[in-house]
Design a protein around this ligand. Structure first.
Ligand code: DX5
Ligand code: ZN
Length: 218
């Protein structure tokens, strides 16, 4: 079996102070962030509204770090062009929201960007299997999508483990990640870790990022 991809940390700015977004991003970059995770919510697929295209454009103009955009929106196919043009490097859509997921994957690849497919905690792995040759990353949600600060759902560890046994691509885990849960998810086979409140709801996001990175590297 070929080796798994490298361990990466993708801080989610959902828990950042938006009044100081530039400083908040600099803080996690200083701590060793690999990507920046941007949670896009539409108030329809999930019961919350967050950020969208103008914020991605602003971050893209200022930073060269890869932008990992997590679309929690209905009918993602309608907005792919806008999110690609805004500067998404990895564009992840929810399997539950897509009518033709293979077409979305092919479209994103045609535009030379990476594609991820996300699964809610209760969504089984089986509908994902036919797509595995067409995606760069699978995002396993470890909380119900919609809000930061929720506790990690341990039943998703089995799903991560099952997927790792059959696939060597990027497995991202998102929701309730801290030192303890990251360690569990790492053992199960995840290699890309998203964290919002653990990093930003702390006086030093740099220090928290360093701690989490260190765990991933050991
Ligand atoms: C939730 C988002 C997550 C969220 C994680 O719907 O997809 O990326 O920001 O927040 P924490 O790390 O606080 O659980
Ligand atoms: Zn997310």
């Amino acid at each position: 079996m070929p080796p798994s991809p490298p361990y990466l940390l993708s801080p989610s700015i959902l828990s950042a102070n938006f009044l100081h977004l530039e400083k908040e991003i600099q803080a996690v970059l200083q701590g060793g962030a690999d990507w920046i995770h941007i949670d896009v919510m539409d108030g329809h697929f999930v019961p919350n509204l967050t950020m969208g295209i103008p914020i991605i454009q602003c971050i893209k103009q200022q930073f060269s770090i890869p932008l990992d955009v997590h679309l929690m929106i209905s009918q993602p196919q309608k907005l792919l062009d806008a999110f690609l043009q805004a500067g998404s490097d990895i564009l992840t859509f929810h399997l539950e929201a897509a009518q033709n997921p293979l077409e979305i994957c092919q479209y994103i690849h045609k535009h030379h960007k990476k594609v991820g497919v996300a699964l809610k905690p209760q969504t089984p792995l089986e509908p994902l299997f036919p797509l595995l040759n067409s995606v760069d990353m699978v995002l396993i949600m470890s909380v119900e999508p919609g809000f930061s600060g929720q506790p990690f759902l341990p039943h998703v560890l089995d799903k991560i483990q099952q997927l790792r046994q059959k696939w060597n691509g990027n497995i991202q885990v998102d929701g309730g990640i801290n030192l303890q849960t990251a360690s569990l998810a790492k053992k199960a086979g995840a290699n890309v870790f998203v964290a919002a409140s653990y990093l930003f709801s702390h006086p030093s996001p740099t220090e928290q990022t360093r701690k989490l990175k260190k765990l991933l590297q050991t």
